[in-house]
Design a protein around this ligand. Structure first.
Ligand code: NAD
Ligand code: MG
Length: 388
């Protein structure tokens, strides 16, 4: 494998910092050319001093001077604002863009990177939820690779190696069930953000941790899988597997099932995407079957956790519905984290927002950006009305 130059968007987050751990483990194979963050200037500066990228971007303009002052003398160009994010993606010395931004904010940089013919290592699932059809068309048109980083999709991707000629019967996404697995609505009515932020198997950013507790994360992943692997809605199933050891499975037309397994450690799918198609030896902790004597499976409780069904519904209705679902969910999670909405109130808000806005059947990218904006305003209005 020849050396790969990596741009990490969202390098100060959970996926971003784990990606830097992977790069640290392969100094002869992976090199950082660009780093970006929203507002954590200190962390971005420290990363840039260690990894010496050609450029960094800090989207919060209030942090620009601080970052520039710290890095300009090292020959690192500093950009700011959302426009800066778009500019760094176009930098010449990039082979692969790891998009580890959270939320629909990741959409525009993904588009720019594809248009510049960069391969994409995608953690930012919201890109595919908002604009999956258009993104996959662009991937074909510009002949780039879309390498999944999300552990479930990485698992499916790995199961499909060597199976090009063999149609998929279905994929089975595994879900941990989150911290509230087995709980009923009466319990969930009163849960706090502190409880929701405690994931049993993974340490992640706040938004995806809440999404995991509410099962919206699995809903977004169903949509992500549909687009990545060109499946119909009915070909994507979810099964709860609390140990998070089987990362997902593919069932072929002969009934045979391939599963990809390992410790729940994001460094593994990140490495897989950054070094694809090679498997490089590392010293990350190994899985021990004897420590997991029983692997269990159960159905998702969609009566209690309504978000998973809302996501399936959005996918079945198609058009702009997944974009509206995603935008309303981002507002809902933010409101829950600011004590403005209850845990169960999140599903109600998403459903109400989807009901309020008319369906747009074949939105283009500009439409989707506008629909994302309108959905957020609608969801915010609904929260404010409820407060009065
Ligand atoms: P995080 O909140 O820990 O990090 C997000 C990063 O993006 C930070 O560097 C932040 O500065 C930056 N960022 C946030 N908002 C931004 C904006 N509006 N514009 C530009 N940059 C912005 O999030 P995370 O847990 O690392 O998740 C990142 C993405 O990866 C999400 O889409 C998530 O669903 C997905 N993902 C995460 C994990 C995980 O283990 N954390 C696993 C699978 C998929
Ligand atoms: Mg996942």
């Amino acid at each position: 494998m020849s050396i790969r130059k990596v741009a990490i968007l969202g390098s100060t987050g959970s996926v971003g910092t784990q990606a830097l751990e992977v790069i640290r483990a392969f100094p002869e194979l992976l090199e950082v050319s660009v780093l970006t963050a929203a507002s954590n200037a200190e962390a971005l500066i420290a990363q840039a001093i260690e990894f010496k990228p050609k450029a960094v971007a800090i989207t919060d303009e209030r942090c620009f001077e601080q970052v520039k002052l710290a890095l300009n003398s090292l020959g690192i160009t500093v950009y700011t604002s959302e426009a800066g994010l778009v500019e760094v993606v176009q930098y010449d010395e990039i082979d692969v863009v790891l998009n580890a931004i959270v939320g629909a904010a990741g959409l525009r940089p993904t588009i720019e990177a594809i248009q510049k013919k960069r391969d994409i290592a995608l953690a930012n699932k919201e890109t595919l939820v908002v604009a999956g059809a258009l993104m996959m068309d662009m991937v074909k048109k510009y002949d780039v690779k879309m390498l999944p980083v999300d552990s479930e999709h990485s698992a499916i991707f790995q199961c499909l190696v060597g199976e090009q000629a063999n149609p998929i019967e279905k994929v089975i996404l595994t879900a941990s069930g989150g911290p509230f697995r087995g709980k009923k609505r009466s319990f969930l009515e009163k849960v706090t953000k502190k409880e929701a932020l405690k994931h049993p198997n993974w340490v992640m950013g706040a938004k995806i941790t809440i999404d995991s507790a509410s099962l919206m994360n699995k809903g977004l992943e169903v949509i992500e899988a549909k687009w990545l692997f060109d499946l119909s809605v009915d070909q994507v199933e979810v099964v709860v597997h609390p140990q998070s050891v089987i990362h997902s499975m593919v069932q072929f037309q002969d009934g045979s099932i391939k599963a990809q397994m390992g410790l729940p450690d994001m460094k593994l799918p990140i490495q897989n995407a950054l070094t694809y198609p090679y498997r490089q030896q590392n010293s990350f902790e190994r899985f021990d079957f004897l420590k997991y004597p029983s692997l269990t499976f159960e159905p998702a409780d969609t009566g209690t956790f309504r978000n998973l069904d809302l996501a399936y519904q959005a996918l079945r209705e198609g058009g702009d519905r997944p974009c509206v679902l995603n935008a309303a969910n981002e507002v809902a999670v933010d409101a829950f984290l600011h004590d403005q909405l209850s845990f169960l109130g999140m599903s109600d808000l998403i459903e109400a927002t989807m009901c309020q806005l008319n369906v747009v059947k074949e939105p283009n990218l500009d439409d989707l950006i506008e629909i994302d904006r309108e959905s957020r305003i609608m969801a915010r209005d609904l929260i404010n009305k409820n407060k009065r």
